[in-house]
Design a protein around this ligand. Structure first.
Ligand code: BDR
Ligand code: CA
Length: 311
């Protein structure tokens, strides 16, 4: 299995991404989960990550708290999408498993130093603060990363938090800039992909029909998450963003994209956090990311339902 660290701000869709990874031990070995401030403040994301591990029955996964705010800007949160707890929808008990004492950034650094080069993949599902802080503090780890597979950014689908920017990149553009310039291999699951991965009614029903605690909780989470998109965009279901990252590790053939140059806007307030993606190759800037644009959405939901059924 591929060794990964999940860096996350749960978030209902983060939760599903974590569950998918924990349900897939043949393909994925989760070394640890590092929480970051994003959808809700750090205390809640660190708590939610443990709630999800307990829901999956995987209380041995170490969970760490990382950075509580972006590198150079005040924190912007998304309770309007995810609810006050970040995980509104199902009623899940408070976690009993402990939060690790070590800081999440130090865990990322120590793990990359301890493991053989090229064997650890980072999976950021929130703002890139923890990852960029680790890269700044310990530049020696950058070349040891196998790949960064992240959810963030947009090109054709432009913005969901401002007209120009996707939430994860917008919250900490400085961190995103550090990661995109670092030279690590990057796979980007952008809104161009995730807006094609809609939890329609039949897909939600399929989660519920699993008849398990996990299936019910996921159906309740996506139900809650959906009300926002239904009301605001009138879409047939909410985009299930973050599990695209863990699905890619299991079934990369579900996605297609292009190796292109992606730069991050960090100065203009109007377009702050925009992922300036050279999709058409109109510059001579070197490609630094595999930017995904399509998804086999039914294949993705079939995979999710099948794997969640294993928990
Ligand atoms: C991203 O923002 C968050 O609200 C979601 O969890 C996802 O990671 C989508 O823009
Ligand atoms: Ca997220």
């Amino acid at each position: 299995p591929r060794k990964i660290i999940i860096d996350t701000d749960p978030g209902q869709d983060d939760a599903v991404a974590i569950l998918l990874a924990l349900a897939s031990p043949e393909e994925i070995e989760v070394l640890g989960i590092t929480a970051v401030a994003g959808n809700v403040p750090l205390a809640l994301t660190a708590k939610n990550a443990r709630i999800i591990c307990e829901l999956a029955g995987k209380t041995d996964i170490p969970v760490f708290a990382g950075c509580d705010r972006p590198m150079g800007r005040p924190l912007v949160t998304a309770e309007h999408v995810h609810g006050q707890t970040g995980l509104n929808g199902p009623k899940l008990p408070d976690p009993e498993m402990p939060l690790q004492d070590q800081n999440g950034v130090d865990f990322i650094i120590d793990t990359l130093r301890a493991e053989p080069a090229g064997t650890v993949t980072l999976c950021p599902l929130g703002p890139l603060t923890n990852i960029a802080t680790a890269f700044e503090r310990a530049p020696d780890i950058v070349e040891k990363v196998q790949e960064v597979v992240l959810m963030g950014g947009a090109y054709f689908e432009v913005g969901n938090i401002t007209p120009a920017a996707e939430f994860n990149i917008y919250v900490d553009p400085q961190a995103a800039d550090i990661v995109f310039r670092s030279g690590v291999p990057i796979v980007v699951m952008s809104l161009d992909v995730t807006h094609k991965a809609l939890v329609t009614k039949p897909r939600n029903d399929a989660f519920r029909a699993l008849g398990t605690r996990v299936g019910t909780a996921v159906a309740e989470m996506t139900d809650f998450f959906e009300r926002f998109d239904r009301e605001k965009y009138g879409s047939e279901g909410a985009p299930l963003h973050d599990p695209c990252v863990t699905a890619y590790l299991i079934r990369p053939e579900l996605f297609t994209g292009r190796h292109i140059n992606v730069e991050i806007e960090t100065t203009s307030e109007l377009t702050m956090g925009m992922t300036v993606a050279d999709w058409w190759g109109v510059t001579d800037r070197a490609p630094n990311a595999l930017f995904m644009g399509t998804i086999d959405d039914q294949g993705y939901f079939d995979l999710l339902t099948e794997r969640l059924g294993r928990l």
